[in-house]
Write a protein that binds this ligand. Structure first.
Ligand code: 5CA
Ligand code: ZN
Length: 419
């Protein structure tokens, strides 16, 4: 489907260093992306039943920093993102509000596009809704059945027979992404879309691959699977395998996707492409943003919407600055003070880059590049710019090219557009 308009990214002199990132699977810092050529990135997209909130924005801005650092290091970036436009929460919300699920999804995707464009997030080359790729996902499920890595279960409570599940025991590497113990897995599976209590499964952790048609639910023909719709995890594996191949350089999303989503996604891929491993060279998980003391989430309704902030006249660059002032892996809380600080900083930076001269900008460029290459340390990069801005606004320095270069590097590397 259509993504959103790409921001203009200024070209900077020289090149950034190789990027290193914290990898969830190994728990350490690893180089990500090749030395040259094309780096591949898959970031899990939204489930479009409510508008983009600051938590989503934090996740997409975080991985936008990665894409920008890669490009600055001379790499091409191939970036794919999905939209979970058929899933239980979306269908439930549509039913509860009397809106057609397709209209609900499209309206929320459109808001998301607007927010991403406003926040200068570089769009993916492939932006794919599940409804567009059901055949692809169904083919992956059939491959798993053929490989003996899928089984059907009988219906429960009068439901139809034939829902297809993935036996987690079929992947020897199962557990390697999250490293969680079984009690933790069971708890998170129940919380995050799994159905550990469902009778008939071989292992309570086994996730759904294909849900056969229920009355009133959308369904697609899928050969031997029968009419139905895909499970959640396999959608991302199938899209990533088709559009990026294996292994991908970075599989990314918020930390709530470590388990079960990325664990299951990796295991599915290992069985769809037997003998190829790993699914991803690195797994990157951004921290959860909270509001009013709790994780910001559509299900809790404690949302701060990007679109509302923009409509209230908050500068998009200031929202982006509020996000990048926090480390991408940290858990942080959105408060009025966070926003006020970001707006003050945005004004100070704007004033500094609008001056006719300032201190030489070369060291700031080197400092920002070095900080970002080291696990996307955007707060460190922000501090480097702050120091230059303070000096420039105090009137020091006579380098007439410096304000323009700082404006460009803030735009190209942090994605922050100044006034
Ligand atoms: N469609 C699935 C992924 S395939 C999904 O998780 N959708 S979502 O709309 O719930 O979330 C979209 C992305 O935003 C995910 O990467 C998720 O991890 C991230 N996210 C959701 N809530 C927050 C939050 N409060 N803070 C940071 N990131 C969040
Ligand atoms: Zn996903």
């Amino acid at each position: 489907m259509r993504s959103w308009p790409a921001p203009v990214v200024p070209t900077l002199p020289g090149r950034g260093p190789r990027v290193h990132l914290h990898d969830t699977a190994t728990g350490g810092l690893v180089p990500v992306g090749p030395q040259e050529g094309t780096a591949t990135l898959y970031v899990c997209g939204i489930t479009p039943y409510d508008a983009t909130h600051l938590g989503h924005a934090n996740t997409y801005v975080s991985f936008d920093l990665l894409g920008r650092a890669w490009r600055d290091a001379g790499l091409d970036v191939r970036y794919v993102q999905n939209v979970t436009d058929v899933d239980d929460p979306l269908l439930e919300r549509a039913t509860a509000t009397g809106v057609d699920w397709r209209d609900l999804a499209e309206s929320q995707i459109e808001l998301f596009r607007g927010d991403m464009a406003a926040l200068s997030v570089v769009p993916p080359q492939e932006y794919l809704g599940v409804v567009e790729v059901v055949d692809l996902v169904a083919a992956a499920v059939r491959d798993l059945l053929a490989a003996g890595a899928a089984y059907r279960v009988p219906g429960v409570d009068g439901g139809p027979d034939g829902d297809v599940y993935f036996p987690v025991g079929s992947d020897p590497a199962f557990g390697a992404v999250s490293g969680y113990d079984r009690p933790t897995m069971l708890e998170l599976s129940a919380e995050r879309g799994g159905d550990p209590q469902r009778p008939g499964k071989r292992d309570p952790l086994d996730p759904l691959l294909w849900r056969v048609e229920r009355p009133g639910e959308p369904a697609w023909e899928a050969g031997e699977l029968g009419r139905g719709r895909p499970g959640w995890h396999v959608e991302c594996s199938a899209i990533a395998l088709e559009h990026l191949g294996m292994p991908i350089d970075v599989q990314a999303g918020g930390s709530d996707l470590v388990f079960p989503h990325h664990e299951m996604g990796a295991s599915h891929a290992h069985l769809v492409r037997p003998g190829q491993r790993p699914f991803a060279r690195a797994y990157a998980h951004s921290g959860m943003v909270a509001f009013d003391g709790e994780k910001m989430s559509k299900s809790k309704g404690n949302l701060v919407l990007v679109s509302k902030l923009l409509a209230a006249g908050v500068e998009a660059g200031a929202i982006r600055l509020a996000i990048v002032a926090h480390h991408w892996r940290s858990e942080w809380e959105w408060t009025d003070e966070v926003l006020a600080t970001a707006r003050e900083r945005w004004a100070a930076w704007t004033s500094a880059v609008s001056r006719s001269a300032g201190p030489a900008a070369g060291p700031v460029l080197d400092g920002v590049r070095a900080r970002l290459a080291d696990d996307l340390d955007a707060p460190g990069a922000v501090a480097a710019v702050d120091a230059w801005v303070a000096a420039a606004n105090a009137g020091s320095g006579d380098d007439a090219s410096a304000p323009g270069l700082v404006r460009d590097l803030v735009s190209a590397l942090l994605g922050v557009e100044l006034g």
